[in-house]
Design a protein around this ligand. Structure first.
Ligand SMILES: *Cc1c(COP(=O)(O)O)cnc(C)c1O
Length: 469
């Protein structure tokens, strides 16, 4: 107790000349709070018999805590997982054009809902509607917070208290709790499942149509593939059937992209234009998957249906902000120039990055990693890898890539797990993956201009100590 009474008081610490710069950097309120926490922790430990620290180590503790709490929670990371559109790491990285546009919109007032020609109120959809129509062949378009919201709004607007016919093979669950049947229920629509998991025929749909049917729907099986003895009804047949019964036919494309990816040697991913041409009345798709833009959900299709969707009060609740619209507009504009798309759209740049170029990057960063890990019983080498597109796009396709593999020379795989954690603790965390007893860093998504940032901070790796044999 006596030792505890010698602890400095909050006001003594606040007046300390090593605390002053902390107050300048973080503010008096934050530092006062940290001092109180630190003193409380020391008193608690002291009561349990722990020694009372010197004032200088107390201040070290406060300084460290101040630095830690100042780090943003939403920290930039190196995505070396090999999954390009990694949902947990924020999916698509935006191209420069979009970043510039969103910074401008953030800094200044902008014509978000203002018609500059007429000097009156406008609609925020006007920012991108024409572009979306040009790029998809649709009559009208609207944008909401994400594709889950787009599907929800579509169902709630067109099929509230009505039946929606979907193939059993398409009752998709997307990571993060988006399940087609659950969304239907919440939107007030009643799901009617037809066909079987692997085969669904037009007659299955035809037999399910009743006076209470609200629409026929197709959901792109984005994150899985059903192979073997399969049959799905082509969109144009579903569209004709729906139209015979004066019902809308809608397609949830999930990822969706606005151009034919086969131009760049990538596997085919269905586009909204293809669905519209096949007769779909409305198509929904994401902005931050293959499209390479910000998080949004887009609905494109018939003018009368889009008008109904806009009148749904939930549209107001699901609308997007100006930063999103500014960056979306910039990304959509890039699609008007397909010749330069692969140079300008970051996602496409990453997906089409040649293996030889990734190998050159691996050769440039290998020495730095080898020397950073020299004290460990590990081998570091360049290995061929296969990257995934991610975000449920093209789930079975893999892109040849190159990366660095760290393998333990000893038997303990514990070293790799601890090393993987150390990479995550770097100032700009490096996220890799452990597979086949190796820590793998896929270099596809390490931009050349960030290689130095990557290698320089390796000196700060907190190396796991391993038993010396
Ligand atoms: C990804 C996906 C969604 C959800 O889109 P978000 O933009 O993540 O909300 C919905 N449907 C399908 C088929 C998807 O692939």
């Amino acid at each position: 107790m006596n030792a505890l009474s010698k602890l400095p008081s909050v006001s003594q610490l606040l007046a300390h000349d090593r605390i002053e710069p902390l107050i300048d950097a973080h503010g008096r309120a934050v530092i006062t709070g940290l001092i109180r926490d630190q003193l409380a922790a020391v008193r608690e430990a002291g009561r349990n018999g722990a020694p009372i620290p010197e004032e200088s180590s107390l201040i070290d503790g406060i300084s460290e805590a101040a630095q830690t709490q100042a780090l943003p929670r939403l920290r930039p990371v190196f995505n070396l997982t090999g999954t390009v559109l990694h949902t947990n790491l924020g999916r698509a990285s935006l191209p420069e054009e979009a970043i510039t546009a969103l910074v401008e919109a953030a800094r200044n007032p902008c014509a978000l809902e203002y018609n500059i020609e007429e000097g009156g109120r406008g609609d925020r959809d006007d920012v991108v509607e024409q572009l979306l129509c040009d790029l998809t062949g649709a009559e009208a378009a609207t944008v909401v917070n994400n594709n889950a919201a787009a599907v929800f709004l579509l169902l709630n607007t067109l099929a509230h208290k009505r039946k929606v016919v979907v193939s059993r093979g398409e009752l998709v669950e997307i990571g993060g709790a988006f399940r087609v049947p659950d969304i239907m229920k919440r939107a007030g629509a009643k799901l009617v499942e037809v066909g079987t998991t692997n085969r669904t025929h037009l007659k299955d749909f035809a037999g399910a149509i009743s006076p209470r049917t609200g629409m026929l729907m197709k959901v792109h099986t984005s994150n899985y593939a059903i192979e073997g003895f399969t049959h799905a009804v082509p969109e144009h047949e579903l569209a004709s059937l729906a139209h015979e019964h004066e019902l809308p036919f809608t397609v949830d494309l999930g990822s969706g992209t606005l151009t034919n990816l086969e131009h760049w040697g990538l596997p085919h991913e269905p586009t909204p234009r293809e669905s519209i041409e096949a007769g779909a009345d409305l198509v929904t798709f994401s902005g931050d998957k293959l499209l390479g833009g910000p998080q949004v959900g887009m609905l494109v299709g018939r003018r009368d249906l889009i008008a109904r969707i806009r009148r749904n009060p939930l549209k107001r609740a699901l609308r997007v902000g100006k930063l999103t619209l500014a960056s979306l507009e910039a990304v959509l504009r890039l699609y008007r120039d397909p010749d330069r798309l692969a140079q300008r759209l970051t996602t496409l740049q990453q997906l089409t990055r040649p293996e030889t170029e990734i190998r050159e990057a691996a050769e440039r960063v290998l020495p730095a990693l080898q020397s950073a890990l020299a004290a460990l019983e590990v081998d570091v080498e360049i290995v061929p890898l296969r990257s995934q597109i991610g975000s449920g796009s093209l789930p079975v396709d893999r892109l040849p890539s190159v990366g660095l593999a760290v393998r333990s020379r000893g038997r303990s795989s514990g070293v790799l797990n601890r090393l993987e954690a150390s990479f995550r603790q770097l100032p700009k965390p490096v996220i890799g993956r452990i597979e086949d007893s190796a820590l793998l860093l896929d270099l596809r998504c390490l931009p050349p201009e960030q290689e130095t940032d990557f290698t320089v901070q390796l000196a700060q790796l907190d190396l796991p100590t391993q038993p010396v044999r």
